[in-house]
Design a protein around this ligand. Structure first.
Ligand code: URA
Length: 210
């Protein structure tokens, strides 16, 4: 799966191994998610196209100006995707934030869309989906279908802290063009759709909900 980019950055591995620990407090969960999101965003943005603009003057000479060529949209999947928004916006301050609410129905584990803040016409050229966990792959697959139906034709990228192998396979099978920048891939998905060892319910750990 050439479009699945598992990070081999030691800081990502180190921070995820702290994040997995059930004894850390929500504040630390949020801080670690922020840091991991930023490191993964650095990797996910390495091939963003650039364009030249009017040369400017440094204290010593004129210099060529480089700008990002694409308007970028960040698509946090509520709730846990919110934990990556500020982290990525610090790197891409002009990015638009386009919220999508998709929850996993408890028994069927099927994705249900309950909130969609995409404007009627696409106002971005490229999107990065912020989804800290890809478990069954159902939500991620549904999010990509929504974005493609909306009119996104450039490569859709994901930033994900922990994914199951099964979820990535499902996403890749339906949308082989999607690129996933993932911190770590776990092999086990339990019968309730939780990743093992995983980190538990990301939304609950971030927001301190039972
Ligand atoms: N969502 C989570 O937050 N954690 C899992 O393990 C699976 C889905």
């Amino acid at each position: 799966m050439s479009n699945i980019h598992a990070s081999n950055h030691p800081l990502v591995a180190h921070k995820i191994s702290i994040l997995r620990n059930k004894n850390i407090k929500p504040k630390q969960v949020r801080e670690l998610m922020h840091e991991i999101g930023q490191l993964l965003a650095y990797e996910a943005t390495a091939d963003l196209p650039v364009k030249s603009a009017e040369p400017q003057q440094s204290p010593l000479s004129t210099y060529p100006v480089v700008q990002l060529a694409h308007r970028i949209g960040l698509v946090p999947i509520l709730r846990s995707g919110l934990s990556f928004v500020n982290a990525v916006q610090e790197l891409l301050p002009t990015a638009r934030v386009l919220h999508l609410g998709i929850f996993r129905e408890k028994l069927s584990l099927q994705p249900v869309e309950y909130y969609n803040k995409l404007p009627s016409e696409p106002n971005v050229d490229q999107v990065i989906v912020l989804e800290p966990m890809i478990a069954t792959g159902g939500t991620a697959t549904a999010a990509v279908s929504i974005l493609k139906d909306w009119g996104i034709t450039s490569t859709i990228k994901f930033i994900t802290a922990v994914a199951s192998r099964q979820g990535l396979d499902k996403l890749h099978k339906k949308h082989p063009d999607v690129e996933v920048f993932v911190g770590v891939i776990d092999e086990i998905l339990d019968s309730n759709g939780y990743i093992v060892p995983g980190l538990g319910d990301a939304g609950d750990r971030l927001h301190d909900t039972p």
